[in-house]
Design a protein around this ligand. Structure first.
Ligand code: 8DG
Length: 155
């Protein structure tokens, strides 16, 4: 194989595209936040995460988050604005996470995808936690004057 062929082969590799995800940090008045387990059959099944899911074509982050939380939890969120954007490179996907803090919602929580939910104060008591959520947990801890220990969230 010539050098020229090698270069052509390397540059023909498809670029890895981001999967855009809307994620909600639902915050209760006492500061507790909602986490839930990833449903059976998904990558990282059973890991704890913040509720949310993939943004569909034509949706805003807020629209996607509202749709996902109705689908997953049966609640309708009030206003949601993007607070932070993070990225995480998993073996199954390169994700870009659009994080919104949410303080208003209506409806009763129903686990519509067989997941488990828990209201958690920091530091979290549940584990393992999806690694893509660590940066936001760090910011939330800093806001509260707490330290963040990612080692404690492993399996
Ligand atoms: N919901 C959520 N997803 C997260 C978090 N952290 C993190 O890295 N992710 C990643 C995991 C997944 O690769 C991606 C979310 O995709 P998903 O597969 O759960 O989304 P979805 O509900 O739309 O899935 P689908 O069944 O329609 O395929 O974002 C988090 O805290 N919450």
């Amino acid at each position: 194989m010539s050098d020229a062929t090698s270069v052509t082969t390397a540059s023909a590799a498809p670029a890895r595209t981001h999967t855009e995800v809307a994620v909600g940090v639902l915050l209760r008045a006492d500061g507790a936040m909602l986490l839930s387990t990833r449903p059976p059959g998904k990558a990282y099944e059973g890991y704890w995460e913040f509720p949310g899911g993939k943004i569909e074509t034509g949706e805003t982050v807020e629209q996607a988050l509202r749709r996902e939380l109705i689908e997953e939890l049966g609640v309708t969120i009030g206003p949601a604005q993007v607070w932070k954007v993070t990225e995480h490179d998993y073996p199954h996907a390169l994700v870009r996470l659009h994080w919104c803090k949410v303080t208003e919602w209506s409806g009763e929580f129903e686990m519509r995808e067989g997941q488990i939910m828990a209201w958690q104060q920091l530091p979290l008591q549940v584990r393992p936690v999806l690694p893509g959520a660590y940066p936001v947990l760090q910011w939330l801890a800093e806001e509260r004057g707490q330290t963040f220990d990612p080692e404690s969230l492993l399996e």
